[in-house]
Design a binder for this molecule. Structure first.
Ligand code: APR
Length: 226
């Protein structure tokens, strides 16, 4: 029977595409100080360092390929068998490259640029630099269109509504360490499922659990739904 399904993904869904996660062994936050590269204050202090950090991540994402988990989630959405809302904390575009549509990027997108002066957004070039002029207002205050720590995630009303009204809320590949994403399971009124490599910080808040690599567990879960 057709269901409303809200899916939240995290870095674990892109791990097998070779994109690093944040809090695993060798994770990004074990190599970089997030206060320097993922806060507005860090950007104000050293915009070149921040652009270099995101330029490297953008290059990695462009060189990466989507994996079987991205493909399965796109197939679930495109099958038309269920009403699927795909929400991601990830800033890569691997869900889209696997065929997903209307993905809600609550933490922004690596492939988009934002003018801090006028709010204009455009497709980011592979490498961005602080002095790049905004195509709309020409100010040299270009930043990656990424939601940094201390900033408000995007599309919260829309995604909270989708989670609240879903028959099934599924979190995939997230440590559930960062809010408000980690709190979405609390507002889910339907059944909840955690799919991850290992139990997350909020594992106890979920009704059901499936553990293992996303590229194996997600296709098996989707196969039972379409
Ligand atoms: N398959 C499934 N899950 C995996 C895999 C895999 N192959 N590899 C790792 N994981 C799981 C880990 O067990 C961990 O729980 O993915 C999760 C990754 O957690 P984090 O690195 O904390 O990533 P995420 O939860 O997406 O971080 C949330 O924090 O830094 C901010 O904005 C950033 O969006 C990010 C947010």
């Amino acid at each position: 029977m057709a269901m409303k399904i809200a899916i939240l993904t995290g870095a674990g869904v892109s791990a097998e595409s070779g994109l690093g996660t944040f809090r695993d062994k060798d994770g990004l936050w074990t190599k970089y100080d997030l206060n320097e590269v993922a806060t507005p204050e860090g950007f104000a202090r050293n915009p070149s360092l921040v652009h270099e950090f995101y330029n490297a991540r953008r290059r990695n994402a462009l060189e990466a390929s989507h994996n079987a988990a991205h493909t399965a989630l796109a197939a679930l959405q495109q099958s038309g068998r269920h009403d699927v809302t795909l929400i991601t904390q990830n800033v890569d575009d691997l869900h889209e490259r696997a065929g997903a549509r209307g993905v809600i990027h609550m933490h922004g997108e690596l492939m988009r640029a934002l003018c801090a002066a006028c709010g204009h957004r455009w497709d980011a070039p592979e490498a961005m630099h602080p002095q790049d002029p905004c195509p709309a207002c020409t100010a040299a205050r270009t930043r990656p269109d990424i939601v940094w720590f201390g900033e408000i995630p995007y599309h919260m009303d829309r995604l909270a509504g989708a989670v609240e009204t879903a028959d099934l809320f599924v979190a995939i590949g997230t440590s559930a360490e960062v809010y408000p994403a980690a709190g979405l399971v609390e507002i889910a009124r339907g059944e909840t499922l955690e799919i991850n490599l290992a139990p997350s910080a909020r594992a106890n808040a979920f009704d059901t659990h499936r553990y293992g690599p996303a590229s194996e567990v997600v296709p098996a879960w989707v196969a039972a739904l379409i």
